[in-house]
Write a protein that binds this ligand. Sequence first.
Ligand code: NI
Length: 185
Amino acid sequence: MAILKIARMGNPVLLRQCDPVPDPTAPEIRRLIADMMETMEDAPGVGLAAPQVFVPLRLFVFRVPGDRASADPNSAGVPNTVIINPEIEAIGEETGLNWEGCLSIPEMRAVVPRALHIKYRGVDMNGEPVEGTASRFHARVMQHEYDHLDGILYPMRVTDFRYFGFNRELDQAAEAQQRQQTGQS
Ligand code: NI
């Protein structure tokens, strides 16, 4: 296993339409998945798509940490998971706004609109079909990673650029606002 180098925004590999994985059970794909999971954990991140490690193929890994899931009764934690040749479809029209970051755009985040509920299908690393539904944080992570396979980065989805910035500045602004609200100075 190995920690892989992560492509950063500006690298053309992140703008490509990725190709389907011809053989999901091939040994090199299995190795890629193991390395991507290790890289995601090391970063640390909650998702990583193959083009982010310079492999323009349609697969991504993700996880939903328990503490991110607990805020939402409809969504439990998800261990490290891979989905190969995925398809994602929104269920209903409902969208939600929330913060997103990306390992290819370090130290920044933005508020991004996403479908609240999705259904997905694809295959796992044994070539077996997988399908299911996801909501909220789980659905958001999958939509973000899926976008990478079509060369779409989250800033392309931002609708209000007042909510796009560097983590450090946004954290300081949020702290200042909270101090003001609680009457402290
Ligand atoms: Ni990303």
